[in-house]
Design a protein around this ligand. Structure first.
Ligand SMILES: [Cu+2]
Length: 122
């Protein structure tokens, strides 16, 4: 019985990773909460802290989880008080580009050296 549960957990985790790697875009809405993912440019673990830090303790954002391997963030947010654009603007405000919103050059320059990711073309 225990082994079976572990197997199910492993399979669910693999399915989850599979979804996360597909580049984002899929969106689910449940009870006013939207779950989706999108690309955020970045490099390393420090980028992860900065990106996720920008969304931490923000009312209306329940979860922001960036993966440095896939450069994809998964967000869960209250779609009555928050839009995806708001979230992307918050990320841009701490120095990170998304396909839609670009960080200020100054903010980008202020990032630690290791965090100077290759920016997408304007
Ligand atoms: Cu970094």
């Amino acid at each position: 019985m225990k082994t079976k549960n572990v197997k199910i957990a492993v399979i669910s985790a693999l399915l989850f990773v599979g979804t996360a790697c597909s580049g984002g875009g899929e969106e689910t809405n449940e009870g006013g909460m939207t779950t989706t993912s999108f690309k955020v440019y970045g490099n390393c673990g420090m980028c992860e802290e900065t990106i996720e830090g920008a969304l931490k303790d923000v009312e209306g954002i329940e979860k922001g989880d960036w993966d440095k391997e896939t450069k994809t963030i998964e967000v869960v947010y209250d779609n009555e008080h928050m839009t995806l654009d708001d979230i992307k603007k918050k990320i841009a405000a701490v120095g990170y580009d998304t396909e839609e919103f670009r960080a200020d050059p100054g903010t980008y320059e202020d990032l630690p050296m290791c965090c100077h990711y290759d920016r997408p073309k304007e």
